[in-house]
Design a protein around this ligand. Structure first.
Ligand code: UN1
Length: 511
């Protein structure tokens, strides 16, 4: 297929080393891959941007072997030296922030400010991981035996498989890759086939840093489908950890395959995030937060707000303001600085949104505004508000689109129960000025999610905290706090520096 791009796009692609057809696997060198070619489609126009030759099973095998060899060397580098490589990766990302952010916008359709924000998230992760590289602390504990010392230490784990989704095509790689790298792991990245170009661009950036430092090729890449890459990777006993971000269906398949070989999985799956707004909340603040969380990224974040719980006293007026604000949002070119909402990722996403809206109406929901796909080029839809009832089954599904279901409630506990009644448990928020309501929401009887916010929306988490959620969201934690521990192997060591052999638990065993 011939790919037509304008001059500006051609310059952008060239600055990131993207050609009209790119190899889809890297193991220290770019492999002349032999799988089928996929085209990356610009969701704003529906036109192809460039192609990628996917990895075959044999290509995957090459990448896996290289990752295994790279691990053998990388794990011997002192952690702060590994951190130095990640520091340089952060610097290289800083240099390419504008271009890479624009490529994210081109390939995913999120607005430019969010494309740039995503690269910033990678840079923030690199900075955090550099600090971590000197803080991979183990505890020491007091032995119950005289002249004994006990402590825990953390060793590199092995090559890690990283599966990422289209919606955060580069930041989620960085959540995993920067931390895994300082922990001493090599990795194989399987990005979404909807966003192969950003993956090639990031790997080229990482390659330069590795080569400049004579570091082993720890940042492997294998672009391909479930059969060529996904299944061989999840079944690969050389990979002690598979970190997967994406749908619940994908996560269940990955979780099962990895559990079958008793290895670790780190799952960050679907969300169905809710915001509760009480009568005493700051309405202006809440309105702005709901808009960003529900309409931002065209509702395609795992943290997007999908359910809104309004207390009766403010419900009517808040809904009115929300409808007005929704109507003022004009979906358009995500490169244009005035645009707040770009397209959905593909035609299938538009169909899924339409089918969810039809189901909502069938189940008794009332569309307050939006609801339509927009005719013309690209995959544009109207942001949609639906008045709903908690019993409506469709409100338990995560539809990756800008649909916001609105519910009303009397008492806070009633809202919390409804909020927690879905299978997913990623992010949640309450808007209130009442300290008791806020604390109740954060208490063990409150939100059941991995993320719980007060007077902040459900999306746009900072990388310093552990990111992930409960129930069908999969239980994994990525990014900050002590999430690094899953990328390492824990070892408990006991040293006897005396000349007796006392046994623990007072056991006597003298011959
Ligand atoms: C995702 O949608 O998979 O909290 C990740 C947020 C972003 C990450 C979203 N920092 O919205």
């Amino acid at each position: 297929m011939t790919v037509h791009t304008d001059d500006k796009t051609a310059t952008l692609l060239a600055s990131l080393g993207i050609e009209s057809e790119n190899p889809g696997a890297y193991d220290g060198t770019w492999i002349d891959t032999s799988g089928p070619v996929i085209q990356s489609i610009n969701p704003t126009t529906g036109e192809p941007i460039a192609g990628v030759r996917t990895a075959s099973i044999d290509d995957y095998e090459r990448v896996a072997r290289a990752a295994t060899e790279a691990f053998e060397v990388w794990r011997t580098w002192p952690a702060p030296k590994r951190g130095e490589i990640v520091r340089q990766l952060g610097d290289e990302l800083r240099r390419h922030k504008d271009a890479l952010g624009a490529l994210v916008t081109l390939e995913v359709g999120k607005v430019l400010s969010e494309g740039l924000g995503e690269v910033q998230e990678m840079i923030d992760m690199a900075d955090l991981a550099v600090g971590m590289s000197r803080q991979l602390y183990g505890k020491s504990m007091h032995s119950e035996r005289p002249e004994h010392r006990m402590y825990e230490q953390w060793h590199p784990l092995g090559p890690v498989g990283i599966i990422t989704a289209f919606n955060f095509p580069v930041a989620v790689w960085a959540w995993n890759a920067t931390v895994a790298a300082v922990c001493g792991d090599s990795m194989i990245w399987k990005p979404s086939e909807k966003t192969p170009l950003t993956a090639v661009a990031v790997t080229r950036i990482a390659q330069r840093v590795l080569e400049a430092n004579d570091a082993p090729p720890i940042f492997g890449l294998a672009i391909g489908d479930r059969h060529q890459v996904g299944k061989p990777m999840t079944a690969d006993t050389r990979l002690p950890l598979i970190s997967a971000t994406g749908s619940v269906t994908m996560g269940k398949a990955v979780g099962r395959a990895v559990a079958d070989r008793l290895s670790r999985s780190l799952l960050e799956l679907g969300g169905n995030n809710g915001i509760i707004i009480t009568d005493d909340a700051d309405q202006d603040l809440a309105l702005r937060a709901v808009l960003f969380a529900a309409v931002g990224t065209a509702g395609q974040r795992c943290t997007s707000t999908r359910r809104l719980f309004l207390q009766k006293g403010i419900a009517a007026s808040f809904k009115e303001r929300l409808v007005e604000a929704y109507k003022s949002i004009k979906p358009g070119d995500p490169m244009d600085p005035g645009t707040l909402m770009g397209p959905l990722i593909d035609a299938r996403a538009v169909e899924d949104m339409q089918s969810a809206i039809a189901k909502a109406v069938e189940q008794g929901g009332k569309v307050l505004c939006g609801g339509e796909a927009i005719e013309g080029d690209g995959f544009f839809v109207q942001p949609t508000l639906i008045e709903a009832k908690v019993q409506m089954p469709i409100t338990c599904d995560e539809t990756f689109a800008p649909i916001l279901y609105i519910f009303e409630f009397d008492q806070l506990d009633e809202a919390i129960t409804a909020h927690n009644s879905v299978p997913q448990g990623l992010s949640s928020a309450i808007f209130t000025t009442n300290v008791l309501a806020a604390e109740r929401f954060l208490s063990p009887l409150g939100s059941d999610c991995g993320i719980a916010n007060v007077n902040i929306g459900t999306s746009g988490a900072e990388i310093g905290g552990a990111f992930g959620g409960e129930k069908e969201t999969g239980g994994g934690r990525e990014a900050g706090s002590d999430s690094w521990k899953i990328y390492m192997r824990r070892q408990t060591c006991t040293i006897n520096y005396g000349d007796e052999l006392p046994l623990a638990q007072g056991v006597e065993f003298d011959v």
